[in-house]
Design a protein around this ligand. Structure first.
Ligand code: HEM
Length: 552
């Protein structure tokens, strides 16, 4: 009689599952090894199948036995993880959906369409300011957390999310603090007041071109747009994106992408917008993102992603090959450091930062502008207030424009309601942890601080859902607590392009509002535009058409 050992094997596999959890997986970071572990698991399962096939009488029996053993391992591993995460983990006392505390698959399941900003908003209503949104992750919706994690004294580091981009290295994705500091010093040269002044001169030209092109649409000089008397329906999602990308092409690589001029998408900039689609559904679980990138490079969205990276590399390659070094773009400073062989200045960093310039510098400005015009169209009196402020000054004079309090307030209110980076900016707490209003946040925990929800807290803003720019000027009593307002983040990882972005936004809003009256068309109230809004680390808005009519 043959002894059936399969139950013993299953028991052994189950014990191995528990041991591998408590000895290995419970410690350190594993998100970069997902693909390797999957391959090892599949290889061992195939080996088991082969062994069982030799031992068993039929292939189906071999399949069954091998499946039981491999399944026992996985089941016990997950049971061990579940028990640990629910009953023993340092975050076990924090409220949140049960499934979220056990696995990040829950998060992927809940927001397949890139609606993370809405999901976190809904969770905050259900669970309050502290929500356990992952086994090792806390989402904190409290204005005080912002300076704790992104203030000048913060010891927090960047979370595993930034490894999605590996092997790409760049200023905003490196998780090595010293590398970040070295690279940031190089970038700082490209954002000195002198460098900024040269960029700003050219922004005026692009803003004028945008205004001129919209005027062309209204005056029927262009086939694009539906004209009616002295007004035209303008797809502001496209035109403002073209502006932001053209400006960034000029400032990053010394060449425009030509979209304002041509009135259509440049193939590769469109690609870079589409490529961001990948970040919507997979951002909540970087380890799954890594597996998808490694295992399925043929998926259309992953292909777009790699093509986008390649295109950014090509832009940098082209810029590198230019003999005449132009000191008036950001690349000039990065290339100079590369030629001097400064720390963190090899070709890989140059390529990575080419992506950073395109992604961080264009989509953010575009989305802020699109929302500013959306709100101005919804609130015509705000256009009148801007007009009366702007008619007294020379709009093309940056210093005068900076002094326009209402203009700045319109931008701040837009960024409060629609922060271009709505939920991203994940950080890891220092090993000693953090204290927030008497609550201890353990060390080495990922902290998510959604700017979208913090900006809409009723405890911080009166009528938080309403667009009221005056709350930043004459009606300051409408802000109970403004500590959480940080659309550009802060501290060592804060936005380096803040001043540039503010200049772009001030100028475009001022130019267009003084020249055009902006309103909704008959059939457009912006509902679809809002429904289509996706959180893909940066916000990706849907199509918005607004009526532009030339002011008399
Ligand atoms: C309205 C416009 C903008 C907003 C709201 C914005 C917001 C932000 C935020 C929230 C971060 C932190 C991201 C993180 O923690 O991962 C960031 C980082 C960054 N931004 Fe901006 N940004 C804007 C425009 C720009 C522009 C025009 C540039 C120009 C190139 C730029 C370049 C960068 C860079 C390089 C970083 C990484 C900084 C670092 O890690 O040291 N941004 N931005």
């Amino acid at each position: 009689m043959q002894l059936d050992l399969s139950n013993h094997h299953c028991l052994g596999a189950a014990i191995l599952g528990v041991l591998s959890h408590v000895i290995f997986f419970i410690r350190g970071e594993w998100h970069m090894r997902g693909y390797l572990l999957t391959k090892i698991y599949v290889a061992i399962t195939i080996a088991l199948l082969y062994a069982e096939y030799r031992y068993r009488s039929s292939p189906s029996a071999a399949f069954q036995a091998a499946g039981k053993i491999a399944g026992s391992y996985v089941a016990s591993l997950f049971i061990s993880m579940t028990i640990y995460r629910k009953c023993f983990h340092r975050l076990r006392h924090f409220p949140g959906p049960t499934a979220a505390s056990v696995t990040k698959f829950w998060h992927l399941w809940k927001c397949p369409g890139g609606k993370n900003h809405l999901l976190l908003e809904q969770l905050s209503k259900e669970y309050g300011s502290f929500i356990r949104t992952g086994p090792e992750e806390l989402t904190i919706i409290d204005p005080t957390i912002v300076s704790l994690i992104d203030g000048p004294k913060s010891q927090c580091t960047k979370a595993v999310w930034y490894d999605i981009f590996f092997p790409q290295v760049a200023l905003n994705t490196t998780r090595i603090t010293d590398d970040h500091a070295n690279r940031r010093r190089i970038w700082d040269r490209g954002f000195s007041p002198a460098a900024l002044a040269t960029y700003e001169e050219r922004i005026v030209l692009y803003a004028d071109l945008l205004s001129f092109r919209i005027e062309g649409l209204v005056r029927e000089q262009s086939p694009i747009g539906i004209h009616r008397h002295n007004e035209a329906a303008v797809n502001v999602t496209e035109w403002l994106s073209w502006f932001a990308f053209d400006v960034m092409g000029e400032i990053a690589f010394g060449k425009s992408f030509g979209m304002l001029h041509n009135g259509k998408w440049h193939m590769n900039t469109r690609l870079s917008v589409d490529a961001m689609d990948m970040l919507g559904p997979i951002s909540p679980a970087p380890w799954i993102a890594r597996i998808v990138l490694d295992i399925a490079p043929w998926l259309p969205v992953v292909r777009d992603w790699f093509s986008m990276l390649q295109w950014c590399r090509d832009c940098m390659g082209e810029r590198l090959s230019k003999k005449e070094a132009k000191s008036s773009d950001i690349s000039h400073w990065l290339i100079e450091a590369f030629k001097k062989d400064l720390p963190t200045s090899n070709r890989q960093w140059l390529d990575g930062d080419a992506v950073t310039m395109v992604v961080a510098g264009s989509g953010t400005v575009a989305v802020a502008l699109i929302f500013a015009f959306y709100e101005l169209a919804r609130n015509p009196p705000e256009q009148d207030r801007l007009l009366s402020e702007l008619k007294k000054i020379d709009i093309r004079d940056k210093v005068q424009l900076q002094k326009c309090a209402h203009l700045t307030a319109v931008i701040q209110e837009t960024l409060r309601l629609y922060p271009p980076v709505p939920t991203g900016g994940y950080r890891v707490t220092p090993p000693s942890g953090l204290f927030l209003n008497g609550t201890c946040i353990p060390g080495n925990i990922t902290v998510v601080t959604p700017k979208y929800s913090i900006g809409r807290l009723a405890s911080c803003y009166e009528s938080p859902e309403r667009f009221v720019p005056e709350r930043w000027t004459q009606k300051k009593e409408m802000i109970y607590n403004g500590q959480g307002f940080a659309p550009f983040s802060g501290g060592k990882f804060g936005c380096i392009g803040k001043s540039l972005a503010m200049s772009e936004m001030r100028l475009v809003i001022a130019l267009l509002v003084t020249k055009f009256k902006i309103s909704f068309s008959e059939n457009e109230k912006g509902e679809t535009f809002l429904t289509e809004l996706r959180d893909q680390f940066t916000f990706a808005p849907g199509e918005l058409k607004l009526m532009f009519s030339i002011r008399s």
